[in-house]
Write a protein that binds this ligand. Structure first.
Ligand code: FES
Ligand code: FES
Length: 156
C-alpha cells in the first residue's frame, strides 16, 4: 500500500492504495465516485472516460500511481443532479441517454473536446466522440447534445 494524493475535481484526495490499481477502481470503490463506469476494462468502450490534465483518458487503463499531480476531472466535477452543468443540461435537453451507462464517459470526452475547440464542426464532434461507444445506439442524440452545448457555451 502506498499513500497517493489525487488532484480530483479541484480538491486534493489522499488515500492508501496499491499504486497499480486502475484509477477507475479507486474512483468507484475507494472514493465513492460512481459516475465513471466499468465497461470492457480494455480501453475499447469509453464507459470509464475521465479527464486527466484536460485530455480524455480511459480510467480503466491508468494505474492510480501514475496519475501523480495531474488534474483528474470526473463527471461529478461537471455539475450535479440539482445543478447540471451546461454540457449535462444539453444531454438532458436532447434526451441523449437511454440506459445511461455510457453517458458519464460521453460527457467527459465531450467536455475535453469542447475545452479545446469552442466551435467544433459537426465532423470534428463526430471524430472527437468516436472512441466512446453507446450500445443503446443514441449516438445521433449525443452528437446533437454536444452541438447544443457548444452553441450554449459560446453564447453564454
Ligand atoms: S471500461 Fe475503460 S474503455 Fe471500456
Ligand atoms: S445510453 Fe445505453 S449505452 Fe449509451
Amino acid at each position: 500500500m502506498t499513500r497517493v494524493t489525487l488532484q480530483l475535481n479541484g480538491a486534493a484526495r489522499a488515500l492508501e492504495t496499491d499504486p497499480a490499481t486502475p484509477l477507475l477502481y479507486v474512483l468507484r470503490d475507494e472514493l465513492g465516485l460512481n459516475g465513471a463506469k466499468f465497461g470492457c476494462g480494455l480501453g475499447q468502450c469509453g464507459a470509464c472516460t475521465v479527464m486527466i490534465d484536460g485530455s480524455a483518458a480511459y480510467a480503466c487503463l491508468v494505474p492510480v500511481g501514475l496519475v501523480g499531480s495531474r488534474a483528474v476531472k470526473t463527471v461529478e466535477g461537471l455539475g450535479s443532479a440539482d445543478k447540471p452543468g451546461v454540457l449535462q443540461q444539453a444531454f438532458i435537453d436532447e434526451q441523449a441517454a437511454q440506459c445511461g451507462y455510457c453517458i458519464a464517459g460521453m460527457l467527459m470526452r465531450a467536455q475535453a473536446l469542447l475545452d479545446r475547440h469552442a466551435a467544433p464542426s459537426d465532423e470534428e464532434i463526430r471524430r472527437g466522440m468516436a472512441p466512446n461507444l453507446c450500445r443503446c445506439g443514441t449516438h445521433l442524440r449525443i452528437l446533437r447534445a454536444v452541438r447544443r452545448a457548444a452553441d450554449a457555451m459560446r453564447h453564454a
